[in-house]
Design a protein around this ligand. Sequence first.
Ligand SMILES: [Zn+2]
Length: 678
Amino acid sequence: MKSKVLLLAALSILVASSLVEASTDATKLLRQFPDPGQFEVGSREWFRATEALKYRPLVAESFTDNCPHSFDVLHYNVTLFVDIDNEIISGNTIVMAMSEIDSLVSIDLDLAVLTVDSVLSETGNPLTFAHIDSVLSIDLPQAYSSGDTFSVQVFYHGHPGNEGPDGFGGFYFAGAPKMAFQMGVGLEADPPSMGKFWIPCWDWPCDKATAEYHITVPGTGKKVVCNGVLTGTEIDTVASTATYHWVETHQIAPHLMTVHARRYKELIDSTYDWIHYWVFPPDEEDAKIHFQNVHIMMDGFIERFGPYPFSKFAYAMATKGDMEHQTCVTHVNYVVQPNHNYDWLLAHEMGHQWWGDLVSVNDWRDIWLSEGFATYCEALYQEHAYGMDAYHDYVQGQMNRVFSSGENFPIYDPVYLWGTTVYEKGACVLHMLRHVLGDSVFYQALATYRANHEYGNAVTAEFQQDVESVYGQSLDWFFNEWIYDVGWPVYEYSWHAQSLGDSFALNLVIDQVQANGPIFTMPVDVKVRLASGDSLIDVVWVDEAHEEYLFTYADEPVGIELDPDNWILNEAQEVPYAGIHGEPSELGLALGVEGTNPVLGTTHISYSIPSAQRVRIQVFDTQGRLVKTLLDEVVAAGRYGLSWDMTNIDGARFAPGVYFLRLSATSGTRTISLVYLE
Ligand SMILES: [Zn+2]
């Protein structure tokens, strides 16, 4: 980012309130349900606490208890016969793991619905086990110390479970001709991980492992598609079966592991031969149009997020979808049409390969790091393919869905994982963060976040840390209001221009009137239309319920627009000008900076005084030390300007950073902040 001065209207930016208990260990941020009884009935805090309690039964209380655990899975080796006609799977999965503790004598794996036949040690000896509900407890053949590796082989069979014919997650046999496929996330399940519906696993996204699959299906005409790369195929014409070997050498979370088996037509992208499409044969011609833009999406995301992180990318059609299984998106068949109506969906699932798959959530409280990011990728694809106007139109649509959603809970640890708050509002948060940081810092921050967590996991606090490390300043204020709190700003603004003889003064008043949510802190673009026909964009820092600004212009201002390019999730309306706060006369006590941005060397300060009095204008640093007095004299009522060349008492130029400008007069004080960025 180039040198840039933003105006800050108050000191509170540096002391943003913290809704989440500060913790150096990001993974220890705990869900809290405040007791509404401690708040005044009808207050905002009371309302929020009451709302949260309403949703409490839907929330998995155990989210915090599952990472870390006593062992770390290193590798899953899945060997299954998928009997599509009889809707049975049978075989075994070898779970290789490393002990994380001393004296590890038993482990618990997740496995739902299926029947366990036996469990063997790595030397082939039977192990005792208990399979109660969805927990498979296995007694290990010996006590393992921290760092020891071991494996267990679980033999099992049965008709696997799912969320029902109209549901989403689990293992399905469906369609005509019938196919088999695994969907790793459930919409009703709580927690939503559904890896356990086909393999014994530690079914939490925090424990990633490598994987290999040896999947056999009846008949010789079906294809099997899993994560990773195909390393071998065996057609047994005597037994009339086909076996496919797939290997995922990159770390993968259990809910991202998948299999698809049916008669497929395999198409290869004409631009990138490592992008494949497994389509229903009758849809082949439609698919060639439907997937036409995939390589453009891929180019756009590689340009923004860095190299594609896996060995292949694919869409495999199924009768349900979509689901961002790593390297192999399950893509619902009915959207495969000879048009581009679902490019947004293709982009969303592709975006997940970076955000959700490469960098996975640690647990489901942070789901916006997956779904909010992927939803933002839809807008980034619009920008890449069609330009900035298309991007802004797309984001506006997402904002409109937030306004009409009726949801009222924070993005972090959401009471509903699959709603507008996580998806669209999460996307809007990234859109706003991009504007606050500027493109260069924003994408550098994403690169840092990727580098620190790729093939692993992240929590929101770590994302914030990574962004701050590039930005160079705290973003508590931003994350607190947008991620850990609710709502959005509703601005009412009014303005008044007046001739000063050789220039014009513009008073701008902005009120935040939202009934729900905190008072938001945001840099807000103000577009000022001048009589000459020109327009200027000024940036004001709005962080109080009531703000007043004073600008001077050489030309007459004739119109104002707040946030003209929709960079902020906000509602705004212009209201009649009613004078500046607390001053019946037109002239109030005000302090502002004449808004050109960036300021090159010299800052032009405006101030107005309602009656003759002694006025002092001083500059302080963030430690509260006086660094320069710009004015100290008795001043008559009126509007004034003052230029300051950003030098201190010694005439040396200020270092980049935050400074406070304070006007003290008999009738009151006004303070604004300057952020002087490099
Ligand atoms: Zn998604």
